[in-house]
Design a protein around this ligand. Structure first.
Ligand SMILES: C[S@@+](CC[C@H](N)C(=O)[O-])C[C@H]1O[C@@H](n2cnc3c(N)ncnc32)[C@H](O)[C@@H]1O
Length: 229
């Protein structure tokens, strides 16, 4: 039991641990994590392109996703890690991504944007790694316009079988590497239920291996808008 704790008993990652981990990852991230996360990243960006318009990428990292968007979108990226953002800025400086408006250092728990500023908020491989996932989701829901979407992609807890046991076993040591294998889907669903102004509209495993899950929420129209409709 002590070796394989229940996910509910494992604390969320501390911000300073993640900050340290991603400062270490920054120089290697594109080479190592780029190919590993590619299928999930592409699927999330494709879903975001369907929404189009102004897109906020939360935890944009080194900006690997910039090439997954096109001129029909305007992308703003934020990340708490200065070394990761420095890489994203260098990518932006190549001039190859005119659809990317800006990238900046910012904590996802306290977004410096007004309510309804974006058509879509995307977080690829981020929500399981933040210190306070529900607060980050609240912030995403605040800055997305009514009718807009929040799109997440992550490896989520396998729930059963040997994989689930392994995920629980490595959960604590994985933190230092900036990873989290035991985050349950139920927590995302419970947040949406509690929030009240978002609806869970999709939960889909990503091909080819189904290791990653794409989750989409839609921000519901405000009560005033609903009344006027
Ligand atoms: C696994 S990387 C994913 C990067 C990018 N989305 C991708 O798919 O390549 C996780 C990123 O989340 C960022 N992050 C973690 N906690 C954050 C927070 N509270 N606010 C903003 N970014 C955060 C990390 O700095 C890191 O760049």
């Amino acid at each position: 039991m002590a070796l394989s704790p229940h996910p509910d008993t494992i604390a969320d990652p501390e911000r300073h641990v993640m900050e340290k981990a991603y400062a270490r990852w920054a120089p290697l991230y594109d080479m190592v994590c780029g190919p590993i996360f590619e299928s999930g990243r592409r699927a999330a960006a494709e879903a975001a392109r369907q929404v189009g318009g102004r897109i906020l990428e939360v935890g944009v990292g080194t900006g690997l996703s910039f090439s997954d968007y096109d001129h029909a979108t305007r992308v703003v990226g934020i990340d708490m890690s200065a070394p990761m953002v420095a890489k994203a800025k260098a990518r932006l400086a190549t001039g190859q991504f005119p659809h990317v408006e800006s990238v900046m250092v910012m904590d996802a728990t306290d977004l410096a944007f007004g309510a309804g500023s974006f058509d879509c908020v995307v977080a690829q491989f981020v929500i399981t790694l933040v210190e306070d996932p529900e607060r980050v989701l609240d912030e995403c829901a605040r800055v997305v316009r009514p009718g807009g979407e929040i799109i997440l992609v992550n490896h989520l807890y396998s729930e059963k079988g040997l994989t689930a046991v392994l995920e629980r076993l490595v959960a604590r040591p994985a933190r230092k590497m900036g990873l989290r294998p035991e985050f349950p889907f139920a927590r995302l669903a419970a947040w949406a239920e509690r929030h009240g102004a978002v609806a869970l509209i999709e939960r889909r495993p990503i091909k080819p291996l189904g290791v990653y899950t794409l989750v989409r929420f839609r921000r519901l129209p405000d009560a005033a808008q609903r009344a006027a409709a």
